[in-house]
Structure formats: C-alpha cells, structure tokens
Design a protein around this ligand. Structure first.
Ligand SMILES: *Cc1c(COP(=O)(O)O)cnc(C)c1O
Length: 448
C-alpha cells in the first residue's frame, strides 16, 4: 500500500498506528452520527502546502505579506458558503464548531449576559451554555429541555424567555431525532428581541441537501461544523443571515472581530481550502441524493431496530440519527454495555443520555447512532436492515447485564463484563461477518 509512504519512511511507529486506524475505518461500520468520510480531494487540500502560511486578518486586510493567493482561496470559500446556506456573510476561519460558537457569544453578548440553550443531558451541546463549558462559566445560562418524546418543550421555552429575557437563544443539538423547528424559535426570540443562533453542526449537509428545514429565513446567525454531514475537513463556520443584518447591521463585522482578534490567531488556510472543496462537492445534484438517502437509511435502521424489539426515543427519526433507549435491555445506566459489545464486533457508536435520563452523562441509559458515514460508503436501506439485525443480535447476547447501584462494585463488574464480551464466541462470529460485509464498501469509492 502506497498511501502515506513518506510517513512510513520517516516514522515507523506513527505509521503503524495510522495503518491500524485506517484498517479499523475500512472494516468497521462507523455509526457515530457526527462522523463521515471525506473525499480524496478534501484530503489532498488538508495535506497541501497551504499549511505553511500565516494570514492573520481577513482578505485584503492581513497582518502578514504574501497573502495574495490565500485571499483568493478564502474569498472563494466564503462566497460558496454564503450561496449554499443563503446567507449574506460567512466567516470560514473558526478552528472548529466550539470556537465558532464561542465567537457568537463574543459578538453578541457581554460577560454575565443571559443566554439560553438546550440542556446537555437532553441532547444539547456543551457550548450552548453547559456549566463546565466556558460558555456556562462566563455567561448566565438558562437551559430548556425536551419532553418525554424527546421534542423541544416549547411551552417551557416560552415561559423561560418571558422570565429571563435572554440576549441570545440557541437551537441545535447533538442528540435529537426531530427536525429543528426554526420558525417557532424565531417567533419566541423575536418576542424578546434576542439574537437567535441556529447551530446546525449536525444537520448542515441535510439542510443544503434539502433533507431538513432551512434556518436561513428565521435565524440571525447560523453556525456549523464542516466535518459532520457536510463531509468536509474538521472546521467551523459562522454565517449571518439577511434577517441578522436587518436586526443588527454591524453583525458581520462583530462576528469577524470576535473570531479574529477576539479568539483566534492565524486561520488554518489548508482547512479553508478543504472547506472550499467540500462546499463545491455539496453544490452538486449528487449531494442532494446523498442527503436524502442519509435520512431514508436512518429511517430504515429505526424501523428494523423497532422490529427487533428495541425502544427508540420518539419511536423513529426525522433526520440522520437514532437514539436508543436501553432501559428495557439493561435497566438504567446501560449505554456502556451496548457501546462496548458493539465496538467489539466493529459497530462504532456512542453511549448517550436519553430524555429524562435516570443516571448521568457518564453512565447514560442510551446510545446514539446514525447513517451519514455509512451512506457515504454506499450502504442502502436494505443494508441498514442487516446492520439493525446485527445490532439486535449483539444486544441479545449481552442483555441482562446491569450497572451496580453501589459505586464501589462498578469497577469489578465492568471489568468482568469486558472480559465476557472479549471472550464471547458468538460475538467473535458476528465480528467476522461484519468485517467481511464492511470491507465490501470501499471508503473512497464515492468520489472516484
Ligand atoms: C459537534 C458540535 C459542535 C462542536 O463542534 P467541534 O468541532 O467538536 O468543536 C457544536 N455544536 C453542535 C450542535 C455539535 O453537534
């Protein structure tokens, strides 16, 4: 294999690790809903000479010389983002989704101002004001929640807004199986004059692919990562909509100032170029097909999991992900059991809290899984049905495991559990089947 030849020549140890990870990516089923496989073109841009350049500032206003071509690259990326997301301003410099969100606070709030976001244990993101995040430390945060069915509780949102009059309201989530209702949030935010920021990190690809509601008529600000359903390099973007400029004509400049010099130094120009490529790929008709198939695949997965007797939050999905409530299988706190056993057979997903979580984010009672990466590899609905059957078989193998209530007993119990799973002949057999199945779907075939 000629891939990464120079790495192998330079560093055998590191090279071996990369090869192992490469093998894992090829022979496993990647179901973490925030992951994806980028194209060869995106990989080339990430490995390009653009990483050599410093370009603090913005096109035409840099603090370093030699940015003639970098300016062109950043402007191209910015224009593509503005067009695809139907916005009037895009900042493509944020290092990732979290710094992008922090920049939004810096652009719209003073320290100590009140902001609102979805509670982390109800599917929200750390950066929407969770207590351990800088956003929760420097701002006064009020959290809203979801109902038992896992839908945003709009009655609560309305009441909290009336009571606390937040300066900034976030919508968006990391574990949410419905479409975000941007229109409802906009109405509530407008009622108190708050900035309304739509964080579509998870769903950006679905939005531009026409498989999800569009936030651009409703939000003032849109933030996103570029590496999830958008299928680009790891990065972030902040966009200002027409509505945002109408509310605050200086908003684009405030956002730019917040990113640099507010939070960051030099932008990662190789990443910017890779984002340009991902956006170009996302302009194609084939990307719309991809986005719609992500959702169809996710719904096929959900239906078959239910057929196999498993319980899903919301009884299905409207987007790219499924949230499994594992209380019927393991009792409270059993997300780890599922994650570990499925990892052992080559299905990668993550433990996650469920609405009304009876345990904790560290020992949550559910798992979160999704189809963006598998859809990139070419899996169709019938393939997802097979995957759902394997998941059913694996959970059947380990059902009845139970997280001890006594904290001191947990360590031993989990160790025993791991040993049992590692030694299971049945799981070993399923792993072989899955490796063979996954190996048939080449990682980079879609962009050849
Ligand atoms: C992933 C995610 C982020 C953060 O992105 P990072 O690149 O991991 O910093 C922010 N918000 C939401 C809703 C996300 O899902």
């Amino acid at each position: 294999m000629n891939q990464y030849k120079k790495i192998r020549e330079t560093d055998k140890v590191l090279s071996a690790y990369i090869q192992e990870e490469s093998h894992r990516q090829k022979y496993g089923l990647e179901m973490i809903p925030s992951e994806n496989y980028v194209s060869d073109a995106v990989l080339e841009a990430m490995g390009s000479i653009l990483t050599n350049k410093y370009s603090e500032g913005y096109p035409g206003k840099r603090y370093y010389g030699g940015n003639e071509f970098i300016d062109k690259i950043e402007l191209l990326t910015k224009e593509r983002a503005e067009k695809l997301f139907k916005t009037v301003h895009a900042n493509v410099q944020p290092y990732s989704g979290s710094p992008a969100n922090l920049a939004v606070y810096l652009a719209t709030c003073q320290p100590g101002d009140t902001v609102m976001g979805l509670d982390l244990t109800h599917g929200g993101h750390l950066t929407h004001g969770w207590k351990v995040s800088a956003t929760g430390i420097f701002f006064n945060t009020v959290m809203y929640h979801v109902t038992r069915e896992g839908r945003v509780d709009f009655n609560e949102v309305k009441e909290l807004v009336k009571k606390f009059k937040p300066k900034l309201i976030w919508t968006g989530a990391t574990a949410y199986v419905y479409q975000y209702e941007f229109d409802k949030f906009a109405e509530i935010a407008d009622s108190c004059g708050a900035y309304f920021a739509a964080d579509i990190a998870h769903t950006a690809g679905l939005v531009i692919g026409g498989a999800h509601l569009d936030p651009s008529p409703f939000a003032h600000i849109i933030t996103t990562t570029t590496h999830k359903t958008l299928r680009g390099p790891r990065g972030g973007m902040i966009m200002v909509t027409k509505k945002g400029v109408k509310k605050d004509p200086d908003l684009p400049q405030k956002v730019d100032k917040a990113v640099f010099p507010g939070l960051q130094g030099g932008p990662h120009d190789h990443t910017t170029a890779a984002i340009a490529l991902a956006l170009k790929e996302a302009e194609k008709a084939s990307f719309k097909v991809y986005a719609k198939l992500i959702v169809k695949n996710s719904q096929a997965l959900a239906r078959q999991l239910i057929k196999n007797g498993l319980k899903l939050v919301g009884n299905g999905t409207e987007n790219h992900m499924v949230l499994m409530d594992l209380i019927p299988v393991f009792g409270p706190g059993g997300g780890f059991f599922a994650q570990y056993a499925l990892d052992r057979v080559g299905i990668t997903l993550n433990k996650n809290t469920i609405p009304g979580e009876p345990m904790s984010p560290f020992y949550p009672s559910g798992v979160r899984l999704g189809t963006p990466a598998l859809t990139t590899r070419g899996l169709k609905e019938k393939d997802l049905i097979r995957v759902a059957d394997w998941i059913g078989l694996v959970l059947n193998e380990v059902t009845g495991s139970k997280l001890p209530g006594d904290k001191d007993e947990r360590k031993d119990y989990l160790e025993n559990y791991r040993r049992k799973v590692d030694r299971s002949a049945n799981l070993g057999k399923i792993k072989k089947e899955i490796n063979h199945f996954a190996g048939k779907f080449p990682i980079f075939a879609w962009n050849k």
